[in-house]
Design a binder for this molecule. Structure first.
Ligand SMILES: Cc1cc2nc3c(=O)[nH]c(=O)nc-3n(C[C@H](O)[C@H](O)[C@H](O)COP(=O)(O)OP(=O)(O)OC[C@H]3O[C@@H](n4cnc5c(N)ncnc54)[C@H](O)[C@@H]3O)c2cc1C
Length: 811
């Protein structure tokens, strides 16, 4: 074994081997893989080997498409067969809602360039005669689905990596990791120690144990998973003989089963409701080549429905039952990327679909390591999307929920119940008493909307406008006509201080830093000029800045800030987390309300739009920003958590005769749509530049230097490729949700990022990206947006429908 390497990959499952191969492909060949036992000896060896492109996140779907396309390349390079069967797959809908879901998936596939088609039940039966047609209302065919040989594929990755210079050490467990003062890692193994510039945790079933070697508890849990392999089936033999090819894969959502041909029989796997975690605390080091005890009782409810839906299966003998563990994160997507606070320590774990995702994970990680950036939008699988609140018990509850819902529809207004309430503010019970329907925002209970007296505070889940519609409308009108109060504890809040703070922020952010007592809005770019953040920054004192951003991205942003923090101690970074909480008051009467709560002069002349002040509000020491995301007159009031209840009660008491109402996140998001304001993660993501996103006015090109300046200047010169635009949509009873295709002249030209109903302006609204050359197409109905399979007319808005001149914010 070498004594030094650039990268030590821990784990020789399909993911570790893919990472190793992709590192060599990206040009780093001084790389090694260290495997405890043999390649594939974790969850990889007993996988069913299926692959597909469908994923709730379009960016992960794209990476799955990449993975599936890669196998031919691997075979070509190595001569090692991956055992590919590209049979296509059917997704079978048993209810109209499931069909709506498939229509949306099909629509999304259009702009992702994936090949899908919608079928009637009899068309589906034509392709897969095993199905009992009467149980289904329709289906979607995904041509990219198929299956492979897990062993052959993992070895193909390994061989390709070795051919490029990588080394692989087998039968050699990593037992400890320690960081030297020069930032490199000592990887201690049974065969000695190897010093590495980077370490990648591809530990699969042991990812938690490898994480613990560096003091972190990764939100990963293994679940038992069963599939059956049948004896040869006459129906399968007959089909193969008649058609000359294999049966397609199938997913039966109702029965929670997936199926595919295996030799002359079938494989049938389940994601059963009564699912069981495996080894919830520690994974035994001596586990490997064995399987778990099958438990057919547990999957009997799925089999019962499956046997009705596929009667031939009921008659088939069972040759073998496989029960093996594999790992999941709480939301089911992988955990990939550099770990905040541990430079040089990377993760590629919780990959639950290694044969759909492993290639994309390897590509993303290798680019990230070699170029400093994954090269595309990997947010949905970034390890930084979880914070310390994702504890082991939280993970356990969420993973079980996610597993048992693997084939369930998640409606856009559906909040999942497991592990909740998790974090709450001091106002939780008060908000519940006021009729709040709560949502989970980065582990924190946050009011979504308020049910008036007599109305049950509960969402009726649907793809269409739902029961919250009139109540959210009332909240929006309450804000626009008088004043509303909402909790904003779920924002990210930071303090950046010290003699180097201004220079640090000036280099990271695109905008100029404000004067003391003022605020700025500013995007943050990566060196490629793509958007990686969007913040409000206040200067509280010459050397002290307060900053607010997206709560979901706190760890992601801290990782970036730490990477660029000077080492001379001149800049201190502090993430408040729940140490700072807030309430926002918004609407034309909000100044009157604030004036009743403080003895400071809050007149328009004394406390201007985009001012920041420390002042007592309702007897609480507070920091107040004159800004709101509603696009109205309004204030964000920030206090220590112990004051939040007092602040709230003062606001309520003072606002009684001003028409004060509660409003929740749904009203806030509707109000911002009326102003065409973008939002982080939907409109602002690392696949767009600032010109494309229409946030150029927050980029100060007069600043001599900031990260991404050259690329942003180039984008400005070229105009970029895309443009964010806002639309009114001739919607019927459903508004856009995000990810719908945008049509023009009979072609899909772009995609929706977010939208909904603008209750005050009384229009259905959408935002999305289209090619820049189409952004001038302002004719009424020049575009169409596909909502649940129907193309609805859409027209670009030249300006926001609410207060285009921005007078309300400045009144
Ligand atoms: C029954 C079943 C069916 C499945 N079907 C499918 C399917 O159809 N399609 C699909 O895509 N996926 C399927 N999967 C999931 C798939 O198996 C996983 O996504 C994949 O195996 C994850 O690979 P990995 O490399 O992350 O982890 P693993 O395969 O667990 O690999 C981790 C490796 O790291 C090594 N290791 C750990 N710690 C150390 C250490 N300290 N030192 C050295 N080495 C270490 C282990 O020995 C192991 O080889 C299935 C899983 C099961 C159980």
């Amino acid at each position: 074994m070498k004594t030094h390497t650039r990268v030590a990959v821990i784990g020789g499952g399909v993911v570790g081997c893919s990472v190793l191969y992709h590192l060599t492909k990206a040009g780093w060949t001084d790389v090694v893989l260290i495997e405890r036992d043999q390649l594939t000896s974790g969850s990889t060896w007993h996988a069913a080997g299926g692959f597909h492109t469908l994923n709730g996140d379009p960016n992960v779907a794209k990476l799955q498409g990449y993975t599936i396309g890669l196998y031919d390349e691997l075979e070509r390079i190595t001569g090692q067969s991956c055992g590919l069967h590209r049979s296509g797959g059917l997704l079978l809908a048993d209810t109209p809602e499931r069909m709506q879901w498939l229509k949306m998936a099909h629509a999304r596939a259009r702009y992702l360039g994936l090949e899908t088609s919608l079928l009637t039940p009899s068309e589906a039966k034509q392709l897969l005669p095993l199905i009992e047609e009467k149980y289904f209302v329709g289906a979607m065919l995904d041509a990219a689905d198929g299956n492979l040989d897990p062993y052959g594929t993992t070895h193909a990755y390994a061989k390709a990596a070795r051919m490029a210079g990588a080394e692989i050490y087998l039968k050699n467990p990593v037992t400890a990791l320690s960081r030297r003062s020069n930032g490199t890692w000592d990887v201690v193994t049974n065969e000695g120690t190897i010093n590495a510039e980077h370490v990648v945790n591809c530990g699969g079933l042991w990812a938690r144990e490898v994480g613990r070697m560096v003091g972190i508890e990764l939100p990963v849990l293994a679940m038992e998973h069963m599939y059956l392999v049948t004896d040869d089936m006459p129906e399968v033999i007959e089909f193969n003989r008649e058609r000359g090819h294999e049966l397609p894969h199938a997913i039966d959502f109702k029965a929670e089963i997936y199926m595919r041909q295996e030799r002359k029989g079938m494989v049938l796997g389940t994601y059963e409701k009564a699912c069981v975690p495996w080894s919830p605390r520690n994974t035994p080091w001596d586990f490997g080549a064995q399987l778990l005890e099958p438990d057919l009782e547990r999957i009997a409810p799925s089999l019962e429905i499956g046997y009705q839906h596929f009667p031939a299966m009921a008659n088939a003998g069972i040759r073998r039952v496989v029960n093996g563990p594999f790992t999941f994160s709480p939301d089911g997507n992988p955990l990939v990327g550099p770990v905040q606070g541990l430079p040089g320590f990377w993760c590629a774990c919780a990959v639950m679909a290694g044969f759909s995702q492993g290639g994309g994970v390897g590509l993303a990680l290798s680019q990230w390591m070699v170029n400093g950036d994954p090269g595309f939008d990997v947010w949905a699988m970034d390890v930084a999307r979880y914070g310390g609140w994702a504890t082991r018990s939280y993970t356990n509850e969420k993973v079980r929920e996610n597993y048992s819902r693997r084939f369930s529809i998640r409606f856009p207004n559906e909040e999942l119940p497991a592990a909740r309430p998790h974090q709450t503010t001091a106002l939780y019970d008060v908000m519940i008493a006021a009729g709040a329907v709560m949502g989970d925002s980065w582990g924190l209970e946050t009011p979504l909307w308020f049910a008036p007296p007599g109305v049950e505070p509960k969402d009726v889940v649907s793809f269409l406008r739902s029961n919250d519609f009139p109540h959210v409308k009332a909240e929006c009108l309450g804000v626009r006509n008088a004043v509303g109060v909402t909790e904003i504890a779920n924002f990210a809040k930071y303090e950046i201080s010290g003699p180097g703070a201004e220079a640090f922020l000036t280099r990271l952010m695109t905008n100029r830093m404000p004067k003391t007592g003022r605020l700025v809005l500013t995007p943050m770019l990566n060196p490629a000029g793509k958007l990686i953040g969007d913040f409000t920054i206040a200067r509280a004192a010459p050397d002290r800045f307060l900053m607010w951003g997206s709560s979901q991205a706190q760890i992601y942003h801290m990782r970036w800030f730490e990477k660029h923090q000077p080492t001379d101690g001149s800049v201190r970074l502090h993430r408040y987390d729940m140490g700072l909480v807030g309430l926002s008051i918004a609407g034309p009467r909000s100044r009157e309300l604030l004036a009743r709560l403080t003895d400071e002069d809050v007149s328009n002349a004394a406390f201007k739009f985009m001012d920041h002040r420390a002042m007592d509000v309702g007897n609480c020491p507070a920091m107040v920003n004159r800004v709101t995301y509603t696009g109205d007159l309004g204030y964000e009031i920030w206090v220590a958590p112990e004051y939040q209840r007092r602040l709230y009660e003062s606001i309520r008491a003072a606002g009684k005769d001003l028409g004060l109402i509660h409003f929740g996140m749904r009203a806030l998001l509707s109000l911002r749509l009326e102003k065409n304001f973008p939002t982080w993660y939907r409109e602002l993501r690392p696949i767009y530049g600032p010109i494309e996103a229409g946030v150029e006015r927050f980029v100060d090109f007069n600043k001599p230097d900031f990260i991404g300046r050259d690329a942003a200047l180039a984008e400005k010169a070229s105009g970029g490729k895309l443009r964010r635009v806002s639309f009114t949509v001739d919607a019927l009873d459903a508004d856009v949700l995000g990810d719908e295709p945008i049509w023009h002249d009979g072609k899909v030209v772009g995609w929706v990022t977010s939208g909904g109903y603008g209750h005050f302006v009384d229009r259905s609204l959408a935002q999305g990206y289209i090619p820049v050359e189409l952004a001038g197409q302002r004719a009424d109905g020049a575009f169409e947006i596909e909502i649940i399979g129907e193309r609805r007319k859409a027209s670009i808005l030249a300006e926001p429908l609410f207060d285009a001149a921005g007078e309300r914010m400045r009144m």
